[in-house]
Write a protein that binds this ligand. Structure first.
Ligand SMILES: [Zn+2]
Ligand SMILES: [Zn+2]
Length: 407
């Protein structure tokens, strides 16, 4: 649980621990006075169109106002201010930034039912090690694509302080990109456009062959290893569904509450026998018919695979084999996955749907946007937006320091 975040603590962090030099080394110092900043001050007031003469003035402002959130914007021809807001002055440049948030992987249908791809039961701001791997995978994928397909070299990754990560591409050429240029790179990377994400890997144009190969090497591997059967065979959070009101709920939570002690890691059989033994009811409608939704889901999936000629045993063999292969790539995929057109088509959809990076397009496209300031405090979690470049593959948010940890 987070200790209460006091304004004095935030000020003290900025005064004693904020790495001002490191921050200014990311941005071009010669134009510092023409750069826009934004802050959340007081209770929840968001102010932008602010600029400072020099970095020290910015830091003094942050200390004095105990800013809950700090954001960096673009550089303009003249200093942004209340009198001369960014709409009225000429844009000069902005870093090229990618934003990946875990809740991008959620979706809801018209009835408000969850139809996202997190198979662990988390949604919104809630995440676990299981679904956070989507963010880790996306970061690795984007990092490689930017370096190998576009030749960018200087990419720094930051934790956003709450539910995602940001990439700052600092190669000088990128900061002058206008919106159409940013959009072109984004489109190359996110050819998945329709809301239902029904595209398949085969639809990727020939010009994007490196991207296609990377999808087999990274995304397909993750899918087979983490999302496909593993999430159904050993769900992190098995779900129950009420036959009467259709609500879904986490099995361990419901059972723990009913028997008055925490349970975890039960087999499907044990879950079902516990429901009977303790006569567990639906917490929403008090109906007594709770079904093992996760088991039903697994059976449905196995039936589908059977239709495509993949037996349960063969599928499990693929799972075992994939863990042993280093340097997984397109060829390995072709050897591993049986040559059944329907099965391949199904996988090719599922891989993109479940594991392909989901990028907040607005952040990358919008050249006038303000983005969270590296090394600043996130006012909701109290966590610091630290540099995670060296460990994007393994970074998990609970290792990021909280501002209270400094005192
Ligand atoms: Zn999760
Ligand atoms: Zn119910």
């Amino acid at each position: 649980m987070m200790k209460k975040l006091k304004p004095e603590t935030i000020s003290k962090y900025y005064e004693d621990h904020f790495p001002l030099q490191r921050f200014t080394s990311l941005i071009d110092k010669t134009d510092f006075h023409n750069r826009e900043f934004g802050f959340v001050v007081g209770e929840d007031r968001f102010v932008r169109n602010i600029s400072f003469h020099k970095p020290k003035d910015m830091l003094d402002f942050m200390i004095k106002n105990s800013v809950k959130h700090a954001y960096v914007g673009a550089v303009y021809e003249t200093p942004p201010s209340k009198e001369f807001p960014i709409q009225k002055i000429k844009w000069k440049y902005r870093e090229f930034i990618f934003d990946i948030d875990i809740d991008e992987y959620d979706a809801y249908n018209e009835d408000g039912e969850y139809v996202g791809v997190r198979t662990c039961g988390c949604k919104g701001d809630i995440f676990c090690k299981d679904c956070w791997s989507l963010v880790q995978d996306a970061a690795v994928f984007i990092d490689k694509t930017m370096k190998e397909d576009f030749g960018f070299k200087n990419i720094i990754w930051f934790y956003s302080g709450r539910r995602g990560v940001h990439a700052w591409i600092l190669d000088e050429i990128t900061r002058d990109f206008d919106q159409p240029q940013r959009l072109a790179i984004l489109d190359y990377l996110t050819f998945v456009h329709d809301k239902k994400r029904t595209q398949s890997i085969e639809e990727i144009p020939n010009e994007a062959k490196p991207l296609r190969n990377r999808i087999y090497a990274l995304v397909a591997k993750s899918y087979l290893e983490k999302s496909f059967l593993p999430s159904l065979l050993n769900p992190v959070n098995p779900l129950l569904q009420c036959k009467k009101c259709n609500s879904k709920m986490k099995a361990y939570e419901i059972i723990s509450e009913a028997i008055g002690k925490e349970v975890k890691g039960m087999s499907f059989d044990k879950i079902e026998s516990s429901l009977k033994e303790y006569q567990i009811k639906c917490p929403y409608c008090h109906g007594e018919d709770l079904e093992n939704y996760s088991r039903n889901e697994l059976e449905e999936e196995l039936n589908k695979l059977n239709e495509f000629g993949l037996t349960e045993n063969k599928a499990k063999k693929i799972l075992r084999r994939i863990k042993e292969i280093d340097n997984f790539d397109h060829n390995q995929y072709n050897i591993l996955v049986p040559e059944n057109t329907k099965l391949r088509k199904y996988f090719s959809n599922q891989i993109l749907l479940y594991r392909y990076p989901r990028i907040d397009r607005k952040v990358t496209m919008d050249t006038r946007r303000v983005s969270r300031m590296p090394f600043s405090v996130h006012g909701k979690t109290g966590q610091i937006a630290i540099d995670i470049t060296k460990n994007i593959r393994d970074f998990y948010p609970d290792s990021a320091p909280q501002v209270q940890d400094y005192f």
